[in-house]
Design a protein around this ligand. Structure first.
Ligand SMILES: *Cc1c(COP(=O)(O)O)cnc(C)c1O
Length: 386
């Protein structure tokens, strides 16, 4: 180990602070973020999961006003970078309310989080456990299990997570390093429509807890991840169904030895608080197919339409009349900038240039995903309804 003081890279500011919604009809495209809706969704999810701590996943939408309102409502936070740590603390959170959840982190980022009092980190390898022990000595670690991501519209499983056997090794190793081998985390995939997706990872977690106990550990915390869905095209069960299923699974697999639990919802809290308003810049025919071009696209926050994974319900100024199928595309010259084509969208036949099209459920993974200016189109603006 080097004894020199590490040079910490400057922490970039999150440049996503929303302005208050102007009274006049604002220039499109913009995201209208209604903080009351986000708080109501937070409360409903928290009520559906009694006894479980709710850590809002900041990456879904890091708007500072949103974080402050969620903190005031009782939310804790899931963070994954120095800027997110500072944003959560600035919102009023105590460092003990944060879980640092990406399993592979820059060493200086762990040090910075530790310096600010963060004491709970997710790992999924022996190497990262060593790193946490060195950069955040005495902290607690959760070991992330791999999940298949089936049933979710935006799987998160290809990148992180280990097997139960590896998790037992990782947590046992954590004990030898003087860390609190706190337990297990997993993520069942974002926009998870099947509450049953929690069954296999909860069962696997219980096996890890047993085996870590057999090796002298005292695991006490289970991180059930995010994945709680928003009402998008195709629908989803209500939060209460997720809460009931998860509660039953915890009883079944942990019985009287139920650990403390936490969840890390992003989309389930903030998606329905956002409406992305766009304007039609052109309607053209290519052969028999009608193409509707909007002034927002894949590079202006709608990244999750890639492979048509996330399907936002659309509303237009001309709803009510006859409709027909359309390809929906964004404004840039990149051919990837097509939102929906394989499954076309029914839109009013008289939809024309200058009409507004609103994408519902767009409060998560949009404003923060916008490019800084691809093809000269500025980043997506947020107008907050406080
Ligand atoms: C992105 C992420 C979340 C939030 O996921 P949602 O599907 O938006 O609820 C939670 N935990 C981790 C580790 C994540 O990476």
């Amino acid at each position: 180990m080097s004894t020199t003081v590490p040079v910490r890279p400057p922490v970039p500011e999150l440049r996503t602070a929303g302005s208050v919604l102007p009274a006049a009809r604002p220039q499109t495209p913009f995201l209208r973020l209604d903080l009351d809706v986000a708080v109501a969704r937070y409360r409903r999810l928290a009520a559906a999961l009694p006894g479980t701590a709710v850590h809002y996943a900041v990456k879904a939408n890091p708007d500072p006003g949103l974080l402050a309102r969620l903190h005031a409502a009782g939310s804790r936070f899931d963070v994954a970078s120095p800027a997110e740590v500072l944003a959560a603390l600035a919102a009023g959170a105590a460092p003990g309310d944060l879980v640092y959840s990406n399993p592979v982190k820059r060493r200086t980022d762990i040090e910075l989080a530790h310096l600010h009092g963060v004491r709970l980190f997710v790992v999924d390898t022996l190497e990262e456990t060593d790193k946490v022990a060195a950069a955040a000595p005495g902290s607690a670690v959760l070991c992330r299990l791999v999940t298949p991501g089936e049933g979710s519209d935006w799987p998160l499983s290809r990148k992180y997570g280990c097997s139960t056997a590896q998790a037992v090794d990782v947590l046992t190793h954590a004990l030898t390093l003087g860390l609190d081998a706190a337990g297990v985390s997993f993520h069942v995939g974002s926009q998870q429509r099947d509450p049953g997706a929690w069954a296999a990872p909860i069962a696997a977690s219980a096996r890890v807890f047993d085996q870590v106990r057999a090796r002298g550990g005292r695991p006490h915390l289970l991180d059930l991840g995010g994945g709680f869905p928003a009402r998008l095209v195709g629908g989803c069960p209500p939060p209460e169904e997720y809460g009931a299923t998860i509660g039953r699974l915890l009883d079944q697999h942990f019985g009287a030895r139920r650990p403390d639990t936490l969840v890390e919802p992003g989309r389930g809290v903030v998606a329905e608080a956002g409406v992305l308003t766009t304007e039609v810049i052109g309607v053209v025919r290519r052969g028999e197919v009608r193409w509707v071009f909007l002034d927002a696209g894949v590079f202006t926050g709608l990244v999750e339409t890639l492979e048509e994974a996330i399907r936002y319900p659309l509303e237009t100024d001309r709803d009510g009349g006859p409709t027909g199928p359309c390809v929906v595309a964004g404004p840039t010259c990149d051919s990837a900038d097509v939102l929906y084509q394989d499954t076309m969208v029914d839109l009013p036949l008289d939809l024309a240039e200058g009409d507004r099209v609103r994408l519902l459920g767009a409060g998560a993974y949009t404003s923060c995903y916008s490019t800084v200016g691809f093809n000269g189109f500025p980043p997506l603006v947020t107008h907050v309804v406080p």
